[in-house]
Design a protein around this ligand. Structure first.
Ligand SMILES: C[C@@]1(CC(=O)O)C2=NC(=C\c3[nH]c(c(CCC(=O)O)c3CC(=O)O)Cc3[nH]c(c(CC(=O)O)c3CCC(=O)O)/C=C3\N/C(=C\2)[C@@H](CCC(=O)O)[C@]3(C)CC(=O)O)/[C@H]1CCC(=O)O
Ligand SMILES: NC(=O)c1ccc[n+]([C@@H]2O[C@H](COP(=O)([O-])OP(=O)(O)OC[C@H]3O[C@@H](n4cnc5c(N)ncnc54)[C@H](O)[C@@H]3O)[C@@H](O)[C@H]2O)c1
Length: 220
């Protein structure tokens, strides 16, 4: 049995509410912004970073105590206050309306928990320990960050461009699948790591089509 159901949420332009503007709230706001969310912060006080974001209009900040009505229209709610009873209330308000809700470090008050993240361009590896050990999730992240270098980002850009090229010609997943598999099996990642453009172009011509090259795909 899996403890949690993993998903990748598209929160671009979605209204997201963060309650509490301390160290933890700042981290949550930063990640939400990186994912393109429209962030509202409710917190009587906030640190320098959040104050600056509010001044620049990047986030909306209500410098006051939380009110239940603050959740209206929010797709997702994150509670990061130092007040136990308040965190419970934020959770109850969210559950009442079926909203996505995470209360930092309180899994019983979360209907989703946050994984540790390794990111390299469009590659994202999310690590969860099912809540057993966030410290170990962080340890694994640090290990994996060393393992997954920039070549993975380049690889995905190139695979994405090849895929777009093929999809423009036809929607034929069964025909396309072996093309992607051959590119990977023939060591495209290693060629990118070595920046061996001549061999990459030869491989693209052989596997994808004679008229296809890094230049025609305009990547990297
Ligand atoms: C991954 C990460 C993402 C993030 O927060 O963005 C994250 N916690 C991180 C760090 C971290 N948190 C804590 C420590 C101290 C060491 C330790 O306790 O291990 C460290 C390490 C450090 O700070 O060095 C304390 C802690 N955390 C929770 C509890 C309560 C409990 O378990 O009951 C307590 C005890 C509080 C106390 O002692 O009172 C609970 C949760 N923390 C989760 C996520 C969710 C489960 C994730 C999973 O499945 O593994 C879950 C369930 C809910 C949630 O918050 O979403 C982020 C790493 C980011 C990174 O650096 O990569
Ligand atoms: N800092 C960490 O790394 C860490 C680690 C483990 C657990 N936690 C827990 O996470 C939570 C937040 O931690 P923190 O370090 O960011 O705390 P913090 O004290 O720095 O920030 C709490 C924020 O909540 C705001 N707040 C207080 N009352 C409020 C109200 N009525 N309405 C709206 N906002 C209100 C405060 O203004 C403040 O900005 C705490 O429960 C803490 O125990 C934090």
């Amino acid at each position: 049995m899996m403890r949690y159901y993993p998903v990748c949420l598209d929160i671009r332009n979605r209204a997201c509410l963060v309650v509490g503007g301390g160290q933890v709230g700042t981290r949550k706001v930063t990640t939400l912004l990186l994912c393109g969310a429209r962030v509202t912060l409710v917190s009587p006080e906030a640190g320098e970073e959040l104050t600056e974001l509010a001044r620049a209009g990047t986030i909306q900040w209500h410098a006051r105590n939380y009110e239940s009505g603050d959740q209206a229209g929010a797709f997702l709610v994150i509670g990061a206050t130092d007040q136990e009873a308040l965190n419970r209330r934020i959770h109850a308000d969210a559950e009442k309306d079926g909203r996505l809700c995470n209360i930092a470090d309180q899994p019983k008050l979360c209907n989703f928990v946050l994984p540790s993240i390794v990111q390299q361009g469009d590659l994202m590896i999310a690590i969860s320990t099912g809540g057993q050990s966030p410290a170990f999730a962080k340890y694994l992240r640090r290990q994996m960050q060393r393992q997954f270098g920039p070549e993975y980002a380049h690889l995905l850009k190139l695979m994405g461009a090849v895929r777009k090229h093929l999809l423009q010609q036809a929607h034929a997943p069964e025909e396309h699948k072996p093309i992607f598999e051959r590119l990977i099996a023939k060591g495209l990642l290693e060629l990118i790591r070595r920046d061996d453009r001549a061999t990459i172009n030869a491989l693209l011509a052989e596997v994808v089509g004679p008229d296809v090259s890094l230049e025609t795909l305009r990547t990297r």
